[in-house]
Design a protein. Sequence first.
Length: 116
Amino acid sequence: VQLQAFGGGLVEPGGSLRLSCTASTRLERFNIMGWYRQTPGKQREMVATIRYSGDRNYVDPVKGRFTISIDNAKNTMYLQMDSLKPEDTAVYYCYGHDGLVSRHYWGQGTQVTVSS
């Protein structure tokens, strides 16, 4: 199983980006998927998660600005990021947990830089 993240880039404060994470398998395999981010010298932190049930969870600093979603037909998870702030600058990773075999999968990181 592979996860491939893309869509990062350089954007000005207040701008938007949409990250995508495409899986090599059906998304229904994962009981939970999500996006994490990491900056140099800090631990990787959860940004947003979505469960198979559809329940969504966001870290407080991104609530109301970021939206996580999935498209089962495309085996792809998205993170729509609006009203971006410089503190959102990080490497973003997508994640999936296969509940049947209790395995964790990570995509490669994609850099998001918010700067004027």
